[in-house]
Design a protein around this ligand. Structure first.
Ligand SMILES: Cc1cc2nc3c(=O)[nH]c(=O)nc-3n(C[C@H](O)[C@H](O)[C@H](O)COP(=O)(O)O)c2cc1C
Length: 155
C-alpha cells in the first residue's frame, strides 16, 4: 500500500517516530513516503494561528498517517491547519501518530487524537485509530517500537 506519512515536528520527536514507522512499513512490503509539513521559518509553537507554506500533494497516497505533537493539551496548530485545508481524504484510511512530553496519554495525547479523528472524519477519511508516544516515559525505545508496530498492524 502507498502510505503517506504526513508529519509536523518542531523539535524532531514526532519525526523520529515517523522515521521508525517508515522503516517498519517498508519491512512489511508497503511503499511509505515521509512528507514533512512546511511552516514559515519564524514559526513558534503556541503562538496561535499558523499558515502552511505549502500543501503536500497526496494524490498518489492510498492511505495516510498523520503525525503531530501535543501542544497545550491539544493537537498542534500546524496539523490542525493542515486538516482544515486538506480536501481529499474521502475514503482514505488514516491513522494518527501523536507524541507528547508527559508520561500519560490523558495529559493531552488522547484529546489530540480525538481532535485529529474528528477533523479527519469530517473530511471523509476512514479513521483507523492512533498511537500516543509519551516521550518522558521510561523505556522510551520499547514504547516507540510497540507504538510503531501497532500502527503498522492497522494497514
Ligand atoms: C508550546 C508547546 C506546548 C506543549 N504542550 C504539551 C502538553 O500539553 N502536553 C505534553 O505532554 N507535552 C507538551 N509539549 C511537549 C511536546 O508535545 C513533545 O515534546 C513532543 O514530543 C514534541 O514533538 P516534536 O519534537 O515532534 O515537535 C509541548 C511543547 C510545546 C513546544
Amino acid at each position: 500500500m502507498r502510505i503517506g506519512i504526513i508529519v509536523h515536528s518542531h523539535t524532531g520527536n514526532t519525526l523520529q517516530a515517523a522515521e521508525e514507522l517508515l522503516e517498519e512499513l517498508r519491512s512489511r512490503g508497503h511503499e511509505p513516503q515521509l512528507i514533512p509539513l512546511q511552516v514559515p521559518e519564524d514559526y513558534k509553537p503556541g503562538g496561535g494561528d499558523v499558515e502552511l507554506t505549502a500543501m503536500p500533494d497526496i494524490s498518489d497516497c492510498e492511505a495516510l498517517v498523520l503525525g503531530a505533537p501535543v501542544h497545550a493539551f491539544s493537537l498542534s496548530a500546524v496539523m490542525n491547519r493542515y486538516l482544515s485545508r486538506v480536501d481529499d481524504l474521502a475514503g482514505r484510511p488514516v491513522a494518527a501518530l501523536i507524541t507528547q512530553h508527559l508520561p500519560y496519554a490523558w495529559l493531552g495525547g488522547n484529546r489530540a487524537t480525538r481532535q485529529l479523528r474528528k477533523a479527519c472524519t469530517d473530511k471523509g477519511g476512514d479513521f483507523l485509530g492512533g498511537a500516543v508516544i509519551n516521550w518522558s516515559r521510561s523505556g522510551r525505545a520499547d514504547h516507540i517500537k510497540t507504538a510503531v508496530q501497532g500502527l503498522a498492524d492497522r494497514f
